[in-house]
Write a protein that binds this ligand. Sequence first.
Ligand SMILES: [Zn+2]
Length: 213
Amino acid sequence: MVIKIFLGLVLAYTIYSLLPTIYYKYIYVEDHEEGKLTLSFDDGPNPLYTLKIKDILDANGVQAYFFQVGEKVQAYPELTKELVASGHHLGLHCYKHSNPALWGPIKTYKDMKAALDVFEAQDLRPNYYRPPHGWVNLSMIYLIKKWNLELKLWTCLPGDWKEDLAWEKIYGDLEKEKKKGGLVCLHDSNHSINSKSQAPKNTIRALEEYFKK
Ligand SMILES: [Zn+2]
């Protein structure tokens, strides 16, 4: 009996969370065009770096995707508004950053709704959704349909949240993904609301080099 309940729970979890994550992370392929790189930035807005990144993108006529954290949009709504004013695409990431691997339907709804409410209170409308760590579950799939959001993960994750990651590695990934027509997931902040992480400096350096040519 105990074994049957255990196996039932494993099966339910596999269908609810594991299979959707594997599908969207590793099997699903977005429309893409070789030679065209798409940039996205997670975990902002951040008062130290978000607008610096925006300025680089704007100077090069590039519109990127920004997947933002609700509690940070609440703290710095003007940063998000500046991104939108420059034509960048707005995405909902979460209200407070955590790992959704064990989020059930209620927790998933509460987090996504809280984030959506923050955007709407500022007259902002996100059109995309990317869950933290790219961890997808069936409740998310239902809610993004209900709220007219589009799920967008990535094809390349350079790991630029690490402060000691060399900018050359990020730059190399950008070049490689451009050839394939990839979608790179970068970061304009780390998870915490008062992030003082220096990691985005490496990202900015890599972007500057990438756009130099
Ligand atoms: Zn994140």
